[in-house]
Ligand binder design. Structure first.
Ligand SMILES: [Zn+2]
Length: 169
């Protein structure tokens, strides 16, 4: 899928942070909600740190580009191990204190990227360091990047994110 679809789906996971904050008895401001949307989109771009030409390197002004050349694409950075590290580290460094539910949204956005990449026939090493490459669909049924499924996902996720933001005003 395209980077914009990954971002939109990641952004739409903001409601998970709102639920986590709600469960902790914290009320979100509209600003918090907007930040959660941004963090979800960021989380959804992080796995492609392992691809030198990906959008995430623009976010970090090219500082992270060397990672893209060193790390093998769709290995560690596309694994549940990486999700656990992102969640644990963001929790540890107090992301939830800065923005309620932030660690949850970063992780959810990250997971959404992996789940979507698993729609492609090449598959993803979700269980890294195990070697198995997992994918959801047989090659013939796999949606094309930039195709109908890609665009539909983008539209649905953008709509859901819009509704979330409106509900938080
Ligand atoms: Zn990816």
């Amino acid at each position: 899928m395209t980077g914009k679809t990954h971002m939109a789906v990641g952004a739409s996971t903001a409601w998970i942070g709102a639920m986590a904050a709600g469960a902790a008895g914290v009320e979100l401001t509209t600003g918090d909600a907007a930040l959660l949307v941004a963090l979800g989109a960021l989380g959804a771009l992080l796995p492609d740190l392992d691809a030198p030409k990906s959008r995430i390197h623009n976010v970090f002004k090219g500082l992270t580009t060397p990672i893209g050349y060193i790390a093998k694409h769709r290995n560690f950075f596309h694994s549940l191990l990486a999700v656990a590290i992102v969640f644990g580290a963001s929790w540890w460094f107090g992301a939830n204190e800065l923005v309620p539910g932030a660690a949850f949204v970063l992780a959810a956005g990250y997971i959404s990227h992996i789940v979507i990449d698993m729609l492609t026939p090449a598959g993803v090493r979700v269980l890294f360091p195990l070697k198995a490459k997992l994918h959801w669909l047989p090659r013939k049924l796999s949606p094309k990047t930039g195709g109908i499924v890609d665009n539909l996902l983008f539209l649905l996720a953008s709509g859901a994110t819009g509704l979330f933001l409106i509900s938080m005003i």
